[in-house]
Ligand binder design. Structure first.
Ligand code: COA
Ligand code: ZN
Length: 371
């Protein structure tokens, strides 16, 4: 079996969604739910950012120390001693140090030469390692960096004590083809494991993340509901389902995804769209008569995985797109005994109406027929 896992960063990247601020209690609750769902790693926040984030991670580490949380807990950090020391003081399992390595970032963010950047990576990673904690280095904006320099960055981070390097597609410009080519160009570097951190600016974060895993990455970053800077990153619920379906690996308990999604929707105040894959209200709701007729015979006709995999239920709507098979099945499911004549009558009403028919509407129609 392939050794891969999910790093959920709802508490770090997810809170970088415009408008989202979690409370300390919400932070702890989300971490506990993610751990119960079996994610390998939780990026719990950047402790130096604010006191409540620091305290939230502190409480998460208390649960980690009593065994109530089992996921590896990560503190985020810039490549500066103050950030690293703050994360280390919480005794997190791992410190993740990021630094923008594209020439654009060097020129316009940090005004550093490539040589200076390598020195900063060496100093910060070895400083974090000196605490005896695991260290990941994140090559921020790796997908716009010079490939030769990226390789040197990876080797420098590894030689300074990092066991993992995250390849961050910070502006979301990868395609699956480019993802594969990038990983093919770094997989020969020995003694390092890769994370993929894919932003969704072109809607390809899931595809790029899956391709990275197929190309040798072993940890995928995701957030519940796909939260994150701008339009967010890979949604946890979608990548977990994709990994199960395409790679047949259980990275987490899929039956916990809907509850996680609802909880994060509530805490974040960001409404889930009804057509969100897997956990959206319509993810397993069918409409067209031809589809529903197929579903009634065998749900696999229009579903690649069953809603029961996610502890969800299948549904279908009744409106002018409905056919007799769907209507008949609907009436049966409501324990309504309708004659063939009734069926034709109801279908005719439905076809002439611009409305969606609820179960109550159908009960009312039957009452009228009886009268
Ligand atoms: N490592 C080291 N330094 C970095 C860096 C990195 N990876 N990325 C940016 N920097 C530097 C910048 O060059 C800039 O330096 P300057 O102060 O000399 O101009 C500074 O960090 C960022 O600017 P600013 O945010 O204005 O500095 P600040 O000291 O007021 O605040 C934070 C720093 C981190 C506390 C604040 O930006 C914050 O709360 N950020 C939220 C977390 C965050 O930004 N995360 C990004 C995750 S990708
Ligand atoms: Zn990001």
């Amino acid at each position: 079996m392939i050794k891969i896992g999910i790093l959920d960063t709802t508490l770090r990247e997810g809170e970088q969604t415009p408008g989202v601020i979690f409370t300390e209690n919400q932070r702890v609750r989300i971490a506990k739910m993610l751990s119960d769902a079996g994610v390998s790693m939780i990026e719990a926040g950047h402790p130096l950012v604010s006191e409540d984030i620091y305290n939230g991670i502190k409480r998460i580490m208390e649960l980690k120390n009593t065994g109530e949380i089992t996921s590896e807990i990560i503190g985020h950090s810039r490549a500066v001693a103050s950030d690293i020391d703050s994360a280390a003081s919480l005794n997190v399992d791992r410190i993740a140090i990021f630094y923008g390595i594209s020439d654009l970032h060097l020129k316009y963010k940090t005004s550093k030469t490539r040589e200076e950047v390598l020195k900063i990576i060496e100093n910060s990673v070895s400083h974090a390692s000196s605490y005896g904690l695991k260290v990941r280095f994140t090559a921020e904006d790796a997908t716009r960096a010079d490939m030769g320099f990226l390789r040197t960055v990876i080797e420098t981070a590894r030689d300074s004590g990092a066991d993992r390097v995250s390849i961050a597609d910070t502006v979301g410009i990868l395609t699956p083809e480019k993802t594969k080519s990038l990983f093919n160009s770094i997989m020969d570097i020995k003694n390092i494991e890769y994370d993929i951190h894919a932003h969704n600016d072109l809607g390809m974060a899931v595809a790029n993340s899956l391709t990275a895993l197929e190309s040798g990455a072993t940890m995928v970053h995701s957030t519940v509901n796909g939260l994150g800077e701008r339009v967010g990153i890979t949604p946890t619920q979608v990548i977990a389902a994709a990994i199960k379906f395409h790679l047949n690996v259980d990275v987490m308990d899929l039956t916990k995804l809907a509850e996680l999604s609802n909880t994060v929707e509530k805490y974040s105040g960001i409404n889930n769209s009804v057509n969100m894959p897997i956990t959206g209200k319509y993810a397993f709701t069918h409409k067209a008569g031809v589809h529903v007729a197929g579903i009634i015979n065998n749900p696999e006709t229009y579903e690649f995985m069953s809603p029961s995999n996610f502890n969800l239920t299948r549904n279908y709507t009744i409106d002018k797109f409905t056919g007799k098979n769907a209507l008949k099945n609907k009436l049966q499911s409501m324990n309504i005994n309708a004659s063939e004549e009734d069926l034709i009558y109801i279908l005719d009403l439905v076809k002439k109406s611009p409305n969606n028919f609820t179960d109550n509407d159908i009960v009312e129609i039957m009452k009228n027929i009886e009268r």
